[in-house]
Design a protein. Structure first.
Length: 295
């Protein structure tokens, strides 16, 4: 599927003015790109930044039907919506829109059950690598070496591979995408919308506030994450993995931009030593090697 630039420019305005997103918010870019690619979406949001940027009652800046739900109930609620709409003959796309907590950590039980049942849900996680809404605490998505309010000297554990955990559920479609490449994200969402069953898209969404980065370079950070091999782009369809074109180019570590170029633009990595950077590089390459086994 090829997406033309005019298609992106003519998208419906799904996130209205007056929202509370921070300047340069990766979440808002990811949300606009994703939800505008869908016909008749209904969005279920557990506790996360997406719960609060929508403004205060009685105002709302989400221009699609939205249900705010408890942290660990998102996929359960979405399952009911999806089944209910099908029974009534209404064609909608039921979306679970989560942050790290709702996918990597607290929300695992509910989405795992829905994935095991292969519910007709599109689960999208905007991944900023920590709990941004509650004070920038570390999460399972936080990479080794990153400073958060609960890892002030840098996280010592490696980042959890949520995509490989998803793959273990044998769902029909899994993809990764980045706000640095909106056409790639838009194309994958369009593709996922045509597939029935539980689908998952992990979206790299930089957070200038928590990452201590320049709000003007959010898109640049998204691209650098791919170009340095930090965040590989790929699709998994019925168990078979295919690296996306931009990540296929950098499968060879020699063809990647230096990881330091990505890390140096974020204050959360400012304390990292050369040894810590080598450890992070090993984590990243190990993930590439494990993913390649599914090709």
């Amino acid at each position: 599927m090829s997406i033309k630039i005019p298609q992106l420019l003519n998208r419906p305005d799904v996130l209205l003015r007056g929202n509370f997103a921070c300047a340069g918010c990766g979440l808002s870019i990811a949300y606009r790109t994703t939800i505008s690619a869908l016909e008749n979406p209904i969005v279920v949001i557990p506790a996360c930044c997406a719960s609060v940027i929508q403004s205060l009652h009685p105002n709302v800046t989400y221009n699609v039907p939205t249900l705010n739900i408890a942290f660990a109930a998102h996929a359960s609620a979405a399952s009911g919506i999806s089944r209910g709409k099908k029974r009534r003959g209404e064609k909608v796309t039921t979306v679970v829109w989560t942050g790290d907590g709702g996918t990597y950590d607290i929300g695992v039980s509910t989405w795992s059950g829905a994935a095991e049942r292969n519910e007709d849900i599109l689960h999208c996680c905007y991944d900023n690598g920590f709990y941004s809404n509650t004070g920038a605490q570390r999460s399972g998505a936080t990479p080794r070496g990153a400073v958060t309010t609960t890892t002030p000297t840098g996280k010592t554990e490696k980042r959890k591979s949520i995509t490989r955990i998803m793959m273990a559920h044998d769902i029909p479609y899994i993809a990764t995408a980045s706000v640095g490449y909106p056409r790639d994200l838009y194309t994958k969402v369009k593709k996922a919308a045509q597939i029935e069953g539980y689908r998952f898209i992990l979206i790299d969404a930089p957070c200038p506030t928590g990452w201590n980065s320049d709000p003007a370079i959010t898109r640049e950070l998204g691209r650098l994450a791919v170009q340095t091999g930090y965040f590989p782009l790929f699709e998994v369809e019925n168990g078979k993995l295919t690296f996306s074109r931009r990540s296929e180019r950098v499968r060879d570590p020699e063809r990647r931009k230096p990881l330091e170029e990505y890390l140096s633009k974020q204050g959360r990595f400012k304390q990292m030593t050369s040894e810590a950077i080598k450890a992070l590089s090993k984590d990243l390459q190990r993930e590439w090697d494990l993913l390649a086994r599914f090709e």
